[in-house]
Design a protein around this ligand. Sequence first.
Ligand SMILES: [Zn+2]
Length: 144
Amino acid sequence: MRVEITASALGAIRAAAGAAQPNECCGLLIGRRDSAICRITRAVAAANVADDPARRFEVDPVVLLATHRLARDAGEAVIGPYHSHPGGAAEPSATDLARARDGAAAGDVWVIVGGGAMRATLVRAYAFDGNAFAEAELAEVPES
Ligand SMILES: [Zn+2]
């Protein structure tokens, strides 16, 4: 799958990851998708309400509900979550996979920001098929 993301949405995600350090940031991706291409037009930041926000993320449920309504009213959809790994790689953790599978953190496309001095700006996208993550091509595109 190819994931296109607007420059403003990608910038918002990078900024949120930096601002949340040393905790994980989190939020939701709004856009449209078909079988081959997903286009993310907006990133909506949410408070990370996890018990251990340095190691896990949980999107504020109030924001989750409001964002679904916002997306629907715009004729778009909530594509999935984004979050950061302040000290880890930009790839799904075992916890992420478990929560994707049981629906605790649902989404067709996940965006993850890596951490650490050498990887501070690395952002990757993953498609989730209901069972496993597969890395997707992430392309920054102009605003539509
Ligand atoms: Zn994670």
